[in-house]
Design a protein around this ligand. Sequence first.
Ligand code: DON
Length: 573
Amino acid sequence: MKLFRRSRGTQWQTLVLWGLATLLAPGAERAMVSSRGAVATVHPLATQAGMKALEQGGNAIDAAVTAALMLGVVDGHNSGLGGGCFILLRTAGGEVVAIDARETAPALATPDMYLLPTPDGKPAVDQRASKTGARAVATPGALAGYALALEQHGKLPLSQAAAPSIHVAEQGFALDAVYARRLDASREELVLFPATKSLLFKEDGRPLQKGDTLRQPDLATTLRAIAQDGVRAYYEGEFATRVGDWMLANGGVLRRGDLAAYQPKLRQAIHSTYRGYEIIGFPPPSSGGVHVAQILNMLEPFPMATLAEADRLHVLAEAMKAAFADRAHWLGDPDFVRVPRGLLNKDYARSLASRITPGGAACTLLQHGTPPQADTDVFGGLRKHTTHLCAADAQGNWVAITQTINTAFGSKVIVPGTGVILNNEMDDFAAAPQVPNAFGLVGSEANAPGPRKRPLSSMSPTLVLKNGQPFLAVGGAGGPTIISQTVQHLVAVLDLKQSMTDALGSPRLHHQWAPDELRMESAFGGPLIDAMKQRGHAVREAGSPGIGVSQGLRRDEANGAWEAAADPRLPQD
Ligand code: DON
């Protein structure tokens, strides 16, 4: 079943054949291919900037970073210099690199920083502080990640990758429907911060509308300083001073020193297998790679390709439920807590999957499982609103980047003179055990805030190899739904042999254990939704625009042609 039915049958179904079809399909300008490579992002200007980098002799890493920087200008409600990212890449020579440019909590962060004293002594959580304003902001990492990727694996200098972004920040661009809608929805909080207000609102007090030109001279100045002086201009220069001073004056805990101390980290990517394919995912502090692999491991015993659709959806929902129960208990920053590697163990997955019956009823899962050697075999570290983009090139370099400032417009804060929208990634910590965050996610002490700790993420940039060669890159935005989106895209392509375009166009479901509800896109249709209700799932329907936003690339196994696909859920304009 497809979410977006197309009028031309199978011709429409694949977005292969060197760019011809990308002119026709939904999301086409956001997904482009040429003889030099392929790029997929959520915004045509970012995709074009990436393609241009390829034309100018850059490789997929240059294309991805150029596009990522441009997204910070034209899609700033989702990501930008004020946020963080995970970069997963595989070089033409076969090296796999995972760059963790996730934000870190400021040094002054404490586990109880969002708790309020109450008369009866029972702590209550200050729901606002981790989401909006000065105290929501974690130390941004994205720029340091881009610079590291370019330095180690790109061909173009940072100044060249930033040039198109500087141009568009300065000259302006027409707001699309998504930006305008997000702006309108966040307006009450955005106007609280004068620099944010003066950037995004008209003199009569109304937010900019679709089609209005957004010029960002301060952001252009910040970008130009970076192009001239490198990342030091941001982490140790005027940007850091302005941010540190503003935070001090406005009750924040982020300091200039936090920026100066920020370091991206090189992590060991997660390598797992699914029906003979090699799945490469991002390790903690993302939960994405762990749980995409864990859910796939749980699915492996089931004949996903031939199960009746309701049975397949039921198996998916139950597997997601078990993985998210583990996420809530075990996951956190591996530099601070012990995250068991046994979560990836296939026998452990089989034991969790043994209680799933394709034709059976929804089960209530009271608590997490316990993977083997949970205390001793742990991820490296202790042993001593988001967007996804992909790029690939003719040499065989592949890149998947998921980047974010967290929810729409992050903390809503622009420090005057910088033009940079700062993240609210502190909300990805668990403010208190079992207290849900903006995405309804609960966590344990493993994900409590702490000095310089990285908040747990669901971002899941993923690469898939077949016979040792990359053939797919995928990932998404949507908080926890990123994990279930990614799994469903992999099942669609690897099990159901769909094109990437069809995989992204298919209806999605999501279960995150707590709350115990199954979110299903309305596009599944009444009979399937009823079938899931009859099995005992507490279904909550997700209407338009649906669950999450994903982008993907695929290389056709038969003829080697690239397919680039952007999520059809985003409107065309
Ligand atoms: O890292 C995470 O998991 C979240 N900060 C992602 C937020 C997100 O996807 C918002 N997008 N719609």
